[in-house]
Design a protein around this ligand. Sequence first.
Ligand code: ZN
Length: 158
Amino acid sequence: MSQEANMRRVTAIKNGTVIDHVPAGKALSVLKMLGIGGNMSNPVSLVMNVPSKKMGGKDIIKVEDRELTQNELDRLALVAPDASVAIIRAYTVAEKLEINLTQEVKNVARCTFSNCITTNHREPLPHRLVVTKRDPLELRCRYCGKTQDIEGLVDNLL
Ligand SMILES: [Zn+2]
């Protein structure tokens, strides 16, 4: 499939954010990470399983009339670390942003172990997950030291 055909597959948006090169099948996790769902009124279009030379298959997400912040995008490191992000203004790419995976993922998701100290509500602690490996991604809880279940983390978002 040509680049042009790929472009035409998704309707151009006037203003908003395009997240490209999301691993195939991860688009819904990305939306979850961003808190995009029921209570957000912006139109969102999803294209899943687009053939991609680089990745075999990929998902593309377009969020209209909303420019995602760097802070929001950095959450995506957990599910789509290599996604490319473009801010669209007046149908053209105004800015390209990168997703950064920091050394520590703070206050994004809670530890997936139920007997971790962070689940004790009488002791409110910041939720801190340390990146111990990048590819594939491995995270450990700063407090209990347990290796996190990445799929489980997506359900443990704060
Ligand atoms: Zn823990």
